[in-house]
Design a protein around this ligand. Structure first.
Ligand SMILES: [Zn+2]
Length: 585
């Protein structure tokens, strides 16, 4: 439990927070000037320091080298006193534990920086052992080049030590590299130090420049976290050092850690610019949910089409042409890199309409393998009376035919060799392939859309369970879901392709067999938002952006999660969820 640190914005494992000292600091940040170390207990017995609200006090500690045996670490573990000022405990990554302090410094950090797998493992094991609302401090390692990756992993506090030390050794640091000061005929920086005549720049100046460059990079990192685009930045920034790229990829393999911390929706566009985009949580989670939760409810043939640059797809020029040929006689599923497959009902669901990819018409082997695998899983789960592939030759056709062969499915291809899906001939072939098929109604389309979104959000069969008997009103994509007595249950939110419930909808959810994402609160009636200290318990499946039911002895309500479930329970500060509707009990 911490009084002196509060998280305000999250972007995956990275957070923007406030270190609540007498003069507050916004994190991720440098703490050199506000840190006091009470010292090691190895060298002397030490009194509990008096401490102060103006600084972070590192409590007397005993650090252990990596690989210390558990018995030894336990026998010599420092006792951390309960103090009423901002405090830091020193822990090693293999013996991390909650000591009730506001921040944690990792003692064996020097041995993991430079090694992607070791860094990912160390940060994850420490973060999983300490409460979600405490700050993580890596001392003596931050550089302008690595700090974005470290913040992305979930580190909040840094210092200038490494940047200063390297500077006094004549190493000039930038976000993309490290140079010998002597080798530089021109200084590639606009900070005040670097405006002096080149020959007057000393090693002390170099150290000052390094610290400036580090501070500037942290400003970019904070901006990126607030915008929800740190990952997009890191996919570029990590390229400047092999171990940072390795660290990013090793973190991608820490699925449980990253998935829990990644919001299910964002305003920001996802920039699919590198091969690593496919591995990010948002992409893998969408593919996973589409192939394990979503189920096609239409009886019509399947038509596979290419995605469009304009989103949602149905508003693009090419998809308008496909639609004119299809005329609601088929279920439309878009093939796309890096998302995989997008059934028409989920075309607005994050991130299906929130990504921009590099358009060259050429697919990499990784893209083909990924889209092929998702399509294969999709077709194993969903049976269709017939399958039409209205796709161009390049990339798409190869993927579809490979999957069709593997699953022994018959596919009709409607784009002639050398042709394009929007050619007159191709569109005629598409219309012909569906000759004699019946159209489905607007009602069926709308009902299936809200059920598909419920599957996606809550799990396999949730759509049927929650919305078996419904009416829909209002125009797509702002569909309103009502029960047979006309009471409104939910509304589709077009920006994210999600659902927002009314109180009646929330009650139906609680009474159904669909697992409820429930936030249990204390005896009070929340208005506006529920703060973390008021949370008694919360479902572990809750992610930032999830629809949640808020329940307590005095209130029943529904709203949207601002923290993940475990974080709501572990945190002593901050907004756990925003309330949309509430009633007293
Ligand atoms: Zn400079």
């Amino acid at each position: 439990m911490t009084e002196y640190f509060e998280v305000h914005a999250r972007d995956g494992a990275a957070r923007v927070g406030t270190l609540r000292l007498e003069t507050p600091r916004t994190t991720p940040t440098l703490v050199d000037d506000v840190l006091t170390d009470a010292g090691s207990l190895w060298s002397a017995n030490r009194e509990v320091p008096t401490g102060s609200d103006t600084e972070l006090t590192v409590l007397p500690h005993r650090a252990f080298p990596g690989g210390t045996a558990d018995e030894v670490a336990e026998a010599f573990a420092a006792e951390y006193p309960d103090v009423d000022y901002p405090s830091v405990a020193v822990i090693s990554s293999d013996h991390a534990a909650d000591h009730g302090t506001d921040a944690y410094a990792v003692s064996d950090v020097q041995s993991v920086v430079g090694h992607g797998a070791a860094l990912a493992e160390a940060v994850v094991s420490v973060r999983e052992a300490i409460p979600a609302d405490t700050a993580l401090y890596l001392s003596g390692v931050a550089t302008p080049r690595n700090v974005a990756a470290l913040a992305y992993a979930g580190v909040d506090l840094f210092d200038e030590t490494a940047a200063q030390l390297l500077g006094t050794q004549g190493r000039y640091l930038t976000t993309d590299g490290a140079y010998f000061l002597e080798d530089l005929t021109e200084l590639p920086c606009a900070c005040p130090v670097c405006q002096q005549p080149r020959e007057e720049v000393t090693r002390e100046d170099c150290a000052e420049h390094n610290a400036n460059a580090l501070r500037a990079e942290l400003g970019i990192v904070r901006r990126r976290i607030r915008d929800g685009t740190l990952r997009d930045y890191l996919e570029g920034q990590a390229r400047h050092d092999q171990w940072l790229t390795a660290a990013m990829r090793e973190l991608d393999d820490q699925w449980t850690y990253l998935e829990e911390r990644t919001p299910i929706l964002r305003n920001a566009q996802l920039a699919a610019t590198t091969g690593d985009t496919i591995r990010r949580v948002e992409i893998q989670r969408f593919a996973d949910r589409v192939t394990t939760r979503y189920r096609n409810r239409f009886q019509n043939p399947l038509v596979l089409v290419p995605c469009s640059a304009a989103k949602p797809y149905s508003e693009s020029q090419s998809h308008t042409q496909f639609h004119d040929a299809v005329q609601w006689r088929a279920h439309l599923v878009s093939l796309t890199s890096p998302i995989g497959v997008v059934p028409q009902e989920l075309e607005t669901t994050y991130p299906a309409q929130h990504y921009d990819t590099v358009v060259t018409g050429r697919w990499t082997d990784d893209e083909k393998a990924f889209v092929g695998e998702v399509l294969g899983r999709y077709l194993e789960r969903n049976e269709y009376p017939s399958i039409v592939a209205h796709v161009p030759e390049e990339g798409y056709r190869e993927i579809v035919s490979r999957v069709a062969k593997a699953l022994d499915l018959e596919v009709t291809y409607t784009v002639p060799e050398g042709g394009h899906p929007t050619d007159k001939q191709s569109l005629e072939n598409l219309a012909d392939a569906l000759a004699g098929e019946l159209k489905y109604s607007k009602r069926e389309r709308e009902h299936n859309t809200v059920r598909a979104i419920a599957d996606y959000l809550f799990g396999d069969a949730a759509g049927d369970d929650l919305f078996a008997e419904i009416k829909t009103t209002s125009r797509y994509p702002k569909i309103q879901v009502r029960d047979r007595e006309d009471a409104q249950l939910a509304t589709m939110v077009p920006q994210y392709g999600t659902l927002s419930f009314t109180l009646a909808g929330a009650k139906r959810w609680v009474e159904s067999d669909v697992p409820t994402k429930r936030v249990q609160i204390d005896e009070f009636v929340p208005h506006g938002s529920v703060l973390a200290p008021g949370v008694v318990d919360a479902d572990e499946s809750i992610r930032v952006g999830d629809e949640v039911v808020v329940e307590g002895p005095e209130a029943f309500g529904v709203g949207r999660a601002e923290m993940f479930g475990r974080e709501m329970v572990e945190s002593s500060r901050g907004i756990a969820c925003e309330i949309r509707h509430i009633e007293e009990r």
